[in-house]
Design a protein around this ligand. Structure first.
Ligand SMILES: Nc1ncnc2c1ncn2[C@@H]1O[C@H](COP(=O)(O)OP(=O)(O)OP(=O)(O)O)[C@@H](O)[C@H]1O
Ligand SMILES: [Mg+2]
Length: 321
């Protein structure tokens, strides 16, 4: 049994996952409401709340799975990328738990975690496949050759796809985080009402900053009252442009690499239009799209494991190397 811990951003999460990839429990406590008044995550506020939540969340994960620390063989924790102050709370908890029980510790890269959300459950996906990882902080195209090994084919040159959803939602007055709000409102709107541009950048990279600016100008030109009246059309058209960009590049990459298996992970994989636009792709289960610890425990099955007691100096890292 693997005990996973995730505290890289504003979700405090713990999970118990078996070596075979069965999820025995997955507890996620989101601080989104706390950060919502600020329009984004405030790092210091996040760290403090992780500190308050990490033990209750861990206890819940053990209780829900019907296990105790005595049943745990290994502790897995997100090492980065993320907010360093937030990561350190999870890492400190993981070290203390592992060390007190003389267990090995597996440091996990958060992005490997998102990919490993596909390896859980009764019907895990087997590599090779082309993976679109679209989250709040990243937009990556990965050629996944094996469990725990992938090659990066493309990334965003500016905003991440989830960030573009969040910034668009903010412009439309939908609050933070905004991806799910745009998704919901778009169902009532006409996706062809406005024509937002899809940036064409070289290679397999993405760019979303022009799209966001285009929404800003459109809203400004419409004026407050008209923009409010046409909010659903704006949301639907904006989402259409984002989805078109993601789908286009993902298909291009898959073709280029001769990979006929396509998968989508990360918070944006929850988007209903993206799911409809890629009917043949494999999507992470909805509850495992946004941050969770089950995916971290899953990735630990394939990655590095530090034996007791050689992990007390383990440190967090903030960004992609
Ligand atoms: N239904 C949806 N449609 C579009 N975007 C969504 C939806 N649900 C969530 N999101 C977006 O997903 C993002 C959060 O995803 P996730 O938790 O994977 O990101 P993160 O952990 O903050 O970033 P990273 O994984 O890159 O560190 C937010 O930007 C949110 O708006
Ligand atoms: Mg994430």
């Amino acid at each position: 049994m693997i005990l996973g811990i995730e505290t890289s951003c504003d979700e405090t999460a713990a999970a118990v996952v078996s070596e075979a990839g069965e999820v025995h429990s997955s507890v996620v406590s989101s601080q989104a409401e706390l950060h919502s008044p600020y329009g984004g995550v405030v790092p210091e506020v996040a760290s403090r709340h992780h500190l308050e939540l990490v033990l209750p969340v861990l206890r819940r994960a053990l209780d829900d799975s019907g296990t105790t620390m005595g049943d745990i063989d290994r502790v897995a924790v997100t090492q980065g990328p993320g907010l360093v102050g937030a990561l350190l709370v999870g890492i400190s908890a993981a070290k203390a738990l592992a060390w007190s029980r003389r267990l090995p510790l597996a440091p996990v890269d958060h992005l490997d975690g998102h990919v490993a959300s596909l390896y859980l459950g009764p019907n895990p996906l087997a590599p090779p496949f082309l993976c679109l990882l679209a989250s709040g902080g990243h937009t990556l195209l990965l050629a996944v050759g094996g469990h725990g090994s992938s090659e990066r084919l493309g990334t965003t040159l500016d905003d991440a796809a989830g960030e573009a959803f969040d910034k668009g939602a903010r412009l439309l007055g939908l609050g933070y985080p905004g991806g799910a709000a745009i998704d919901g409102l778009a169902r009532e709107g006409d996706p062809e009402a406005f024509r937002f541009p899809v940036a064409r950048v070289e290679g397999l990279d993405f760019s979303f900053s022009g799209l966001k600016t285009s929404l800003l100008y459109t809203v400004r030109d419409l004026g407050v009252a008209e923009a409010e009246r046409r909010k659903a059309d704006l949301a639907a058209s904006y989402q259409r442009a984002l989805v078109r960009a993601l789908v286009g590049r993902a298909r291009e990459a898959a073709e280029l690499r001769g990979l006929d298996s396509l998968a989508v992970v990360g918070g944006v994989a929850a988007n209903s239009e993206l799911r409809r636009a890629l009917p043949d792709a494999r999507f992470a289960p909805l509850e495992l799209c946004t941050d969770n610890a089950a995916m971290i425990a899953s990735a630990a099955r394939y990655g590095e494991m530090l034996p007791y007691p050689h992990y007390l100096e383990l440190d967090a890292y903030a960004s992609l190397s």
